[in-house]
Design a binder for this molecule. Structure first.
Ligand code: GLU
Length: 461
C-alpha cells in the first residue's frame, strides 16, 4: 500500500512522509515535521483539532490512501511548493512605523497559475495560510478550472486601521511579492478582511512596477477596473446552487426548508439573500457579535436595508436577538457556516440538528467533527465544492481581462450555475462509486485531477 512506502528515516514517529531523507535539527519545530496523519480523525488529538493545516492534511491523506496514490506524488501534492514570508514596514497615521508580517503560500502550479485570496486578520498564521493554499488547489480542481492554489495573509486587524494605512500596507505587501505574482504566475483575490478596493490597490501597485496596466494580475476588482459582473455575489450564488442540488437529491423542497446562516459578510449575506429569493425560510443569521432568530423566517432584503442604515444586524424588528454560539445547534434543515474555520468541532458536533451542512467558509468543520456528523447522517457539501463559486467567477474575470471583452451578468451567472451543478454531480458520483463521504469524494476527485496533470507534465526532480 502506498502509505507503507512513505516512511523515510526520521518519520517513524508519525508513520508518514516528512520532507527529504534527513531531519535537520532546525526544522524539527516546524509543522511540516509535526505528526502527519495516517487515519485522519483518530490521529488528531483534541489540542490539534483547531490546526487547519493538520485538518487539511488529514483529509488529503485519507483521500490519497483511497486513491492508492504512489509515494512520490503523495509527497509532491501534500506539501506547498513555495512559502514566502515578508515583514513589511508601514507608515501609520500617527507618524510611527509599524512592521506587519505577511505570507504568500503557493501550493501547486500543476494545472495552471496559482490562484487564491489574501486574508487580513489578527488570527492569520503560516499553518492557516498553508491550509488555505492547499484548499485552493483542491477547490480549483473540483470545479475543473485551470489554476493551481495559493493563499496570502497579513497579520493585522483591518477593523482598527484607516483606509490610508490599509492602502499603504497593501501596496507594500504587493511590492514585496512583486516577483512571485502575475497573470501567469499567481493571481490573488479577496478573502476575509479584504475587498474590491484592496484588489484595486494590488492591481495598481503591480501595474506601476510593470509600467503598464495589468488588470489580470488580480481578481475581485471593481467592475470599472476590469472586475467581472457577478463576482461579488458569486460565492453566495454558488452556495445557493449546490443547496438546490442537495435538496433535489434528498427530495426536499425550498418552501419547506429552513436555513441558518452563520456569518453575514460577503459570502453569508449573498447566500442568505439568494436562498431567501428562491423561497427558502431563513430562520437564523449569526454574526461575530450577536445573532438573530425567527422561526417564521427573516426577510433578508429588509435585514440588508436595516444593516445599511444602522451598520449592524442588531435591533432588527423582524427577528429576536439570539445567542451567536448556540445558533449553530438550533434545529434547521440547512446550516451554512460562512464565517471562519473550526466552528464545528468535537465539542458541538453532537448537538447539531441540521440535515444538510453547506460549508460557505473554508475549513469550518474539523476532522473529529466530520466523524460525528457522519454518524448522525448529516449530508455535507464540503467547502472545496460549496464555496467554489467565488474562484470560478474569478476565473471568468481573469479570462475576460485577458480577452479585453466583458460578459453580461447573465452570461457569467449561467456559466457559474452550470459549473456548480456539474461539480456537485461529479462529487456525488465519486462518493457513490468509491463508497466515501462527500468530503473525501471531493478531495479524491481533486487529487486525482491534479495527480493526472502532474504525471503528464512529469516531475522535474
Ligand atoms: N478567497 C476566495 C476563496 O477562498 C476566492 C479566491 C479567488 O477568487 O481566487 O475561495
Amino acid at each position: 500500500m502506498a502509505g507503507e512506502q512513505l516512511v523515510p528515516t526520521g518519520a517513524a514517529r508519525s508513520g508518514l512522509p516528512t520532507l527529504g531523507r534527513t531531519t535537520p535539527a532546525a526544522d524539527k519545530e516546524t509543522t511540516m515535521e509535526a505528526p502527519v496523519l495516517s487515519t485522519p480523525a483518530t490521529a488528531i488529538s483534541a489540542e490539534q483539532e483547531n490546526n487547519p493545516w493538520l485538518a487539511q492534511a488529514a483529509r488529503f491523506d485519507e483521500a490519497a490512501r483511497r486513491l492508492n496514490l504512489d509515494a512520490g506524488l503523495w509527497k509532491v501534492l501534500r506539501f506547498p511548493s513555495r512559502e514566502i514570508i515578508v515583514h513589511i514596514p508601514v507608515s501609520m497615521d500617527d507618524g510611527s512605523v509599524e512592521v506587519f508580517t505577511g505570507y504568500r503560500v503557493q501550493h501547486s502550479i500543476s494545472r495552471g497559475p496559482c490562484k487564491g485570496g489574501i486574508r487580513y486578520s489578527p488570527d492569520v498564521s503560516l499553518d492557516e495560510v498553508r491550509a488555505l493554499a492547499s484548499w485552493m488547489t483542491w477547490k480549483c480542481a473540483v470545479v475543473n478550472i485551470p489554476f493551481g492554489g495559493a493563499k496570502g495573509g497579513v497579520i493585522c486587524d483591518p477593523k482598527t486601521m484607516s483606509q490610508g494605512e490599509l492602502e499603504r500596507m497593501t501596496r507594500r505587501y504587493t511590492a514585496a511579492l512583486i516577483e512571485f505574482i502575475g497573470p501567469e504566475k499567481d493571481v490573488p483575490a479577496p478573502d476575509m478582511g479584504t475587498n474590491e478596493q484592496t484588489m484595486a490597490w494590488v492591481m495598481d501597485t503591480y501595474s506601476m512596477h510593470m509600467g503598464q496596466t495589468m488588470t489580470s494580475v488580480v481578481t475581485g476588482k471593481p467592475v470599472s477596473l476590469g472586475g467581472s459582473r457577478g463576482r461579488r455575489e458569486a460565492t453566495g450564488r454558488g452556495i445557493s446552487v449546490v443547496v438546490d442540488q442537495a435538496l433535489k437529491h434528498l427530495n426536499m423542497v425550498p418552501a419547506e426548508t429552513t436555513v441558518i446562516v452563520q456569518g453575514f459578510g460577503n459570502v453569508g449575506s449573498n447566500a442568505a439573500k439568494l436562498l431567501w429569493e428562491k423561497g427558502y425560510k431563513i430562520i437564523g443569521i449569526g454574526e461575530f457579535d450577536g445573532a438573530l432568530h425567527n422561526p417564521n423566517g427573516i426577510d433578508i432584503s429588509e435585514l440588508l436595508q436595516h444593516r445599511a442604515r444602522t451598520g449592524s444586524i442588531h435591533k432588527f424588528a423582524g427577528a429576536s436577538a439570539f445567542d451567536k454560539d448556540t445558533l449553530l445547534t438550533q434545529p434547521c434543515d440547512v446550516l451554512i457556516p460562512a464565517a471562519t474555520e473550526n466552528v464545528i468541532t468535537s465539542r458541538n458536533a453532537h448537538q447539531l440538528q441540521c440535515r444538510i451542512l453547506c460549508e460557505g467558509a473554508n475549513g469550518p468543520t474539523t476532522p473529529l467533527a466530520d466523524d460525528i456528523l457522519g454518524e448522525k447522517g448529516v449530508f455535507i457539501i464540503p467547502d472545496i465544492l460549496a464555496n467554489a463559486g467565488g474562484v470560478t467567477t474569478s476565473y471568468f474575470e481573469w479570462v475576460q481581462d485577458r480577452m479585453g471583452y466583458f460578459w453580461t451578468e447573465d452570461e457569467v451567472n449561467q456559466r457559474l450555475d452550470r459549473i456548480m451543478m456539474d461539480s456537485f454531480t461529479d462529487v456525488l458520483q465519486y462518493a457513490i462509486a468509491h463508497d466515501v463521504n462527500n468530503r473525501i469524494a471531493a478531495y479524491m476527485l481533486a487529487i486525482d485531477r491534479v495527480a493526472h496533470t502532474t504525471r503528464q507534465r512529469g516531475i522535474y526532480a
